[in-house]
Design a protein around this ligand. Structure first.
Ligand SMILES: [Zn+2]
Length: 248
């Protein structure tokens, strides 16, 4: 889906030079020398693939970027078409896609993370998925982080003390760092730009592991639903504790 109408989208990108490619939360940002930024969210099935210009374009490819004479093309492919592409122009973000986006776990220190958790007395999992609270975490990485931290997804976020919040913050960063190093997680569609699958699925301990023995205690991993999302956990390592009284 194009968030910017096709005409200005083409006009801004034609002849544009990419200065830098950044990441913010779950967005990929292509900064152009013009001062505009192409913002992309792959959602469920979006893929960027580098391809020889001569190769046939399949029906799931929706945008083709010519990278210059003699260069390969960057093709945007998306089977389910949930992905979003837009232009954040110099004058401001007309697409609104990055508006209200919270800092990601690498931009927050332990204290900042703790303060964000404390403000809301919501369950941990939906809170961590909320991109206005902390950005960049999806279903896979939240389930993996909570298991490593030994926290039940329904634990009230405000019940964590400073030490527990710091521990969770460290594990979230470790999970993300490892996943970035492994070039993502491929449980179905994800591919890197060279068409290669990610590697983090080898390190999954709960996500997509229903019925497998927990790596810590050998109890079978369970799948349940939390806030409408499929949620994987170890019923022994991630006990649901009674919410403690929260100090004012
Ligand atoms: Zn366990």
């Amino acid at each position: 889906v194009l968030l910017t109408p096709e005409k200005p989208f083409r006009r801004i990108l034609t002849g544009a030079i990419i200065r830098e490619i950044r990441r913010k939360g779950k967005f990929i940002l292509f900064d152009l020398t013009s001062g505009d930024t192409l913002t992309v969210h792959l959602r469920m099935t979006g893929q960027f693939l580098l391809s020889d210009p001569g190769r046939p374009i399949d029906k799931h490819t929706h945008v083709v970027f010519d990278l210059g004479p003699g260069e390969r093309q960057l093709r945007y492919r998306d089977v389910r078409k949930f992905g979003r592409l837009g232009i954040q122009s110099r004058e401001g973000d007309a697409t609104g896609s990055l508006e209200g986006l919270a800092p990601d776990p690498f931009e927050l220190d332990a204290e900042g993370f703790y303060r964000r958790l404390r403000q809301k007395n919501r369950a941990l999992k939906p809170l961590l998925l909320d991109q206005r609270v902390v950005s960049g975490l999806g279903n896979i990485y939240v389930d993996e982080s909570l298991h490593r931290a030994g926290l039940h997804p329904l634990t009230p976020a405000g019940a964590l003390d400073r030490e527990q919040a710091r521990y969770l913050w460290r594990l979230i960063r470790a999970v993300l760092r490892q996943a970035i190093r492994a070039k993502g997680t491929t449980v179905s569609d994800y591919r890197g730009p060279e068409g290669i699958v990610g590697g983090f699925q080898r390190f999954l301990r709960v996500y997509d592991c229903t019925g497998d023995p927990c790596r810590v205690c050998r109890t079978p991993i369970e799948k349940t639903r939390v806030g409408g999302r499929g949620t994987h956990l170890c019923p022994v390592c991630q006990k649901r504790e009674k919410p403690r009284t929260i100090r004012p």
